[in-house]
Write a protein that binds this ligand. Structure first.
Ligand code: BG6
Length: 469
C-alpha cells in the first residue's frame, strides 16, 4: 500500500464534445471543423459531412450522458472534464444570438453532475471551432476571431457562473504548430501556410485566451481559469551539447505558449526565432495589456516524451503530433507513442519550477485495441491489464512529484469512456474504463460495458491513491 494523495485531490476523467457527443446537427448545432475531418489530422477535409466520419455519431453521449455520468459517479469521480461545442452555442461562430437549445443541453449535463457531486471542468475550445469561422475567416489567422470568441465565452461564463469553477481556454494550444486546421481552424492547407500567418494566428489565440481569463474573473472572481498545453518533455538523444541545445529549442517551441499564459508577456527567446524566420507580428499595445491577465493554473495532457537530436537525418514520424526521435530506453504503444511514466514526474517538476502555479493533469492514458469478452458470470467486459499498468505507473510518478513539492489540483484520464480518437478518428483506439460497443465500420449497439480498469480506478479513488502499487 502506498501513500494517500492530498485531501481534496480531484480524481476524474476527460472527454471532448466532438469526440463523444455525436448529434452533430441536432438542436441547432452548426457544423464544426471536425464534421469535415473523417480521417483525423492526417486525412483530407471533405466538402460535406460523410458517413465514414465517426464523430458525427461519436458515442452518442448527447443522448446517453445520464447513463454515462451515472457510471462515472459509480467509479467515484470527483471531477469530469468535458468541452462545450462552440457550434452548439453559436452555430456559425459569428451569429448574433446564442442557441438556447445548445445552452440547455449543458444546463442538463451540469444538473446531472451536480446530482452526484462531481465538479465540472470545462474546456472552452477543444479542436471544434465552428466550421464557418474556418471557411469564411480562415480561422484564427483573422483577428476578428478574438471578438467572436469573447462573445461565446461571455455567454457561457455568464450562464454557468454559479455552477462551474474550473475552466480551460484552448485545448493543447501549442498543437497548432503541427495541426493548424484542427487546432486553429485555419483553412489554408498546412503546406501553404506561412510561419508568419501561423504565429499571427497563435498570437490571436493567446490574446483571446488572456481575454477569457480577464472576462471570467470579472464575471466571477472565484473562477479558476487555466491554459492547456500538449505536454511532451524533450530529452536530448545524446549528451552531445548540440543535442542538448536542440532539446532546449524544441522544448521552448511548446513552452512558449505556457510562458505567455503564465507570465503575461512574450519570452525574449522568441525575438530571435521571429527574426530568423522573418516573422513580424501585429501586436498592439492593447494586446500587450490583455496578455497580462495570467492564468490561475497550468493544465496539460501527457502521453509520451520525445528525444531531440541535432542530426536531422534521424528525425522521423510525428507521434502525437510532436516531431522527435524515438528513445531507445522506452517501449511504445500500439500506435507508436512511447510510454514514459517518469517523464510525467519530470514534466510536472519542470512546469512547477518554471511557473510556481498549480498544475492540473487533464489528459493521460493508453490508447489500445480492446477485446470484449464474456466473463464467468456472463457479463461482457475487457481484461485491460495493460491499461491498468499504464495508469498505475503514471500515477505513482504523480505521487512522486507531489512528494517533490509540486502542487497538483487533480488528474483526469483521457477518454474515461471510449470515444473517437483525435489524431486518427478511429474507435478502435480505446482509452476508456467503459467499453462502448461501436466500431469503425459503423456497426455496434452503443451499449456500455465496464472494463476491469473500471473497478481498478474505483479503488484508486476510494483509497485516494493508497491502492496504487
Ligand atoms: C490529445 C487531445 O491530443 O490527445 C485529445 O487533446 C485526444 O483530443 C488525445 O483524443 C489522444 O489522442 P488520440 O489521437 O489517441 O485520440
Amino acid at each position: 500500500m502506498g501513500k494517500r494523495f492530498p485531501e481534496g485531490f480531484l480524481w476524474g476523467g476527460a472527454v471532448a464534445a466532438n469526440q463523444c457527443e455525436g448529434a452533430y446537427n441536432e438542436d441547432g448545432k452548426g457544423l464544426s471543423i471536425q464534421d469535415l475531418a473523417p480521417k483525423g489530422i492526417y486525412g483530407s477535409i471533405t466538402d460535406e459531412p460523410t458517413e465514414d466520419n465517426m464523430k458525427l455519431i461519436g458515442i452518442d453521449f448527447y443522448h446517453r450522458y445520464k447513463e454515462d455520468i451515472k457510471l462515472f459517479a459509480e467509479m467515484g469521480f470527483k471531477v469530469f472534464r468535458f468541452s462545450i461545442a462552440w457550434s452548439r452555442i453559436f452555430s456559425n461562430g459569428d451569429d448574433k444570438e446564442a442557441n438556447e437549445k445548445g445552452l440547455k443541453f449543458y444546463d442538463n449535463l451540469l444538473d446531472e453532475l451536480e446530482k452526484y457531486g462531481i465538479e465540472p471542468l470545462i474546456t472552452l475550445s477543444h479542436y471544434e471551432t465552428p466550421l464557418a469561422l474556418a471557411k469564411n475567416y480562415n480561422g484564427w489567422t483573422n483577428r476578428k476571431l478574438i471578438g467572436f470568441f469573447e462573445k461565446y465565452v461571455k455567454t457561457v461564463f455568464t450562464r454557468y457562473k454559479d455552477r462551474v469553477k474550473y475552466w480551460l481556454t484552448f485545448n493543447e494550444i501549442n498543437s497548432a504548430l503541427r495541426a493548424p486546421y484542427s487546432s486553429a481552424a485555419i483553412w489554408t492547407p498546412k503546406e501553404e501556410l506561412s510561419l508568419q500567418d501561423l504565429y499571427q494566428a497563435m498570437h490571436h489565440e493567446l490574446v483571446a485566451s488572456a481575454l477569457a481569463v480577464k472576462i471570467g474573473h470579472e464575471i466571477n472572481s472565484d473562477f479558476k481559469i487555466g491554459c492547456m498545453i500538449l505536454g511532451t518533455p524533450i530529452y536530448p538523444l545524446t549528451p552531445n551539447p548540440k543535442d542538448v541545445l536542440k532539446a532546449l529549442e524544441n522544448d521552448r517551441e511548446s513552452l512558449f505558449f505556457a510562458d505567455v499564459h503564465a507570465r503575461g508577456k512574450y519570452p525574449r527567446y522568441m525575438n530571435r526565432f521571429f527574426k530568423e524566420n522573418n516573422i513580424s507580428l501585429d501586436i498592439t499595445p492593447e494586446d500587450e495589456e490583455i496578455l497580462k491577465n495570467t492564468v490561475d493554473f497550468i493544465s496539460f495532457s501527457y502521453y509520451m516524451s520525445s528525444c531531440a537530436t541535432a542530426d536531422i537525418s534521424k528525425v522521423e514520424g510525428e507521434g502525437n503530433i510532436i516531431a522527435g526521435v524515438p528513445n531507445p530506453y522506452l517501449e511504445a504503444s500500439e500506435w507508436g507513442w512511447q510510454i514514459d511514466p517518469e517523464g510525467l514526474r519530470y514534466l510536472l517538476n519542470t512546469l512547477y519550477d518554471r511557473y510556481e502555479k498549480p498544475l492540473f493533469i487533464v489528459e493521460n492514458g493508453l490508447g489500445a485495441v480492446d477485446e470484449l469478452i464474456t466473463d464467468e458470470n456472463g457479463n461482457k467486459t475487457v481484461n485491460d491489464d495493460y491499461r491498468i499498468k499504464y495508469l498505475n505507473d503514471h500515477l505513482i510518478q504523480v505521487r512522486e512529484a507531489i512528494e517533490d513539492g509540486v502542487e497538483i489540483i487533480g488528474y483526469t484520464t483521457w477518454g474515461c469512456i471510449d470515444l473517437v480518437s483525435f489524431t486518427t478518428a478511429e474507435l478502435k483506439k480505446r482509452y476508456g474504463f467503459i467499453y462502448v460497443d461501436r466500431h469503425d465500420d459503423g456497426t455496434g449497439s452503443l451499449e456500455r460495458y465496464k472494463k476491469k480498469s473500471f473497478y481498478w480506478y474505483k479503488k484508486v479513488i476510494e483509497t485516494n491513491g493508497e491502492s496504487l502499487v
